[in-house]
Design a protein around this ligand. Structure first.
Ligand SMILES: [Zn+2]
Length: 467
């Protein structure tokens, strides 16, 4: 292995065999606020004395009362000491002089808005408005999430002195409200990305194999998402399947922050090879492409819910569990716990949202002139979902339930072509367009070193296993 090992990389796993780590250049630059410092040599002592005296005179003009007391003091001391004497802070006599209170850390609770946080702290809504105005939508303050951290400095009379929070991973914002106008300062915290390769073989479960290869849960899920259009991770995995993933981890101040992106990956499922390469197109959209330059993302999700099992398949005749009669089942039933999110299988328009006899709470999405998808038995619809609304692929449209004719919580899913139900598990879907010629050339060139890297990691691992 000719990869260099980084110094003191936090260890994420305990299996060294399958890992190589390389350091990439920083994606962010260091920004440091530099305070100019005057360096005064021997020859400049005279100007120093004059500047010092001027400063003293100024201070005396601004603070005459204090100055009066000090002038008597000063007259007893040698003049050269004057410039070095700092005026003591006046006593806190009014609100204009802030007493610096300790920071109070608030973690956002589920369902809490920033307005709720402000109300709980007894802060004026006007202050929140000021904060929102200054931020100008840069920090997403209107959609804060549970666990997000805000720090408040509140004065003795309950007025906000300052608030600080992370705008994103690399920007910490402090807003000082102690003066007449709020002042914003932004601290830039450089991020580092360290890439590594993980290789695993499935024995039992994907999660166990990923864990053994040193990947955390989030990265295992990311891999499943990248290949999710081609591999059904709930049904298709077999012992002996292998994967090789080249990815980033993001670090800040030397500490692991969160998983980064998958740069390249390979998955061998039941002997079939699937590859994924991250590629930024000329229009700066980012996606995953196979070695021949076809996007992995398809127009439709394979399954619109993270289900536990398929409880009923598509059939032209079956005994209905409630009615007891023979009738066709024109969809697939995915059993999942009540409340499991249901996703729009593809982008489209909501053409129905409401109660529909045996379907219970029902949503119908039209994706094109010919194709629509239908979702039944929902416990409830996603908040704010209305008829006529455009949805994107993967958007939550509702939650699993058992409304209508259902014996247990599940999603009844239909795929309709020209209004006729087809088997969602087998229906042929149009192949996505490959990259256009020139971009495909650039793509193929860019993946050569990645292909070599994946191959090498896989070989190293096989050698280790053969030993
Ligand atoms: Zn069904």
């Amino acid at each position: 292995m000719n990869e260099q090992q980084p110094p003191k990389t936090p260890r994420l796993g305990h299996h060294r065999v399958h890992r190589t780590v390389t350091r990439k250049p920083l994606r962010h630059f260091f920004h440091a606020a530099v305070t100019p410092v005057a360096v005064i040599g021997h020859r400049h002592r005279y100007p120093l004395a004059i500047t010092g005296l001027l400063l003293v005179v100024l201070v005396f003009i601004i603070l005459p009362v204090w100055g009066h007391a000090q002038r008597r003091e000063a007259s007893r001391q040698p003049p050269r000491h004057l410039a070095l004497t700092l005026p003591p802070l006046p006593a806190n006599q009014d609100d204009r002089t802030p007493i610096l209170q300790p920071w109070r850390t608030i973690r956002v609770q589920a369902g809490q808005s920033l307005a709720d946080v402000f109300a709980a702290l007894g802060l004026a809504p006007a202050t929140l408005q000021q904060l929102v105005d200054i931020d100008a939508g840069r920090s997403g303050l209107s959609r804060i999430h549970p666990g997000q951290r805000f720090e408040f400095r509140i004065g003795p009379h309950g007025a906000l002195q300052a608030v600080r929070f992370d705008r994103d991973d690399s920007h910490r914002v402090t807003l000082d409200f102690s003066g007449s106008n709020p002042i914003e300062t932004v601290q830039i915290r450089p991020l580092e990305r360290w890439s590594r390769i993980a290789h695993g073989t499935i024995h039992g479960s994907l999660v166990a194999a990923g864990d053994k290869a040193g990947m955390n849960q989030a990265m295992i899920l990311q891999m499943a998402k990248v290949f999710g259009y081609d591999i059904d991770f709930a049904q298709d995995l077999r012992d002996g399947d292998t994967f090789t993933v080249y990815y980033d981890n993001v670090y800040r101040d030397g500490a692991y922050l969160h998983p980064g992106d998958i740069i390249a990956a390979e998955f061998v499922n039941q002997g079939r090879h699937y590859s994924a390469f991250r590629f930024r197109r000329a229009d700066s959209s980012i996606g995953y492409y196979s070695t021949d330059g076809r996007p992995l993302k398809k127009s439709f999700l394979r399954t619109p819910v993270d289900f536990t099992r398929i409880s009923s398949r598509f059939s032209s005749a079956r005994r209905h569990p409630i009615l007891g009669t023979m009738r066709a089942h024109k969809g697939v039933d995915y059993a999942a716990p009540r409340g499991t999110p249901i996703y729009a299988a593809g982008k489209g328009v909501i053409v129905f949202r409401g109660r529909e006899r045996g379907y219970g709470n029902f949503v119908l999405i039209r994706h094109s002139r010919h194709i629509s998808t239908a979702y039944g038995h929902m416990s409830r619809f996603a908040r704010g979902l209305h008829r006529g609304e455009h949805v994107r692929q993967g958007q939550v449209i509702g939650y699993v339930g058992m409304t209508g004719l259902a014996t247990g919580p599940h999603l009844h899913y239909e795929f309709r072509v020209n209004g006729v139900q087809r088997n969602p598990l087998t229906v042929t879907l149009p192949k996505p367009q490959p990259l256009p010629h020139l971009e495909r050339i650039a793509f193929k060139r860019s993946i050569q070193p990645l292909l070599a890297r994946l191959k090498r990691a896989s070989q190293v691992s096989q050698l280790a296993q053969a030993r």
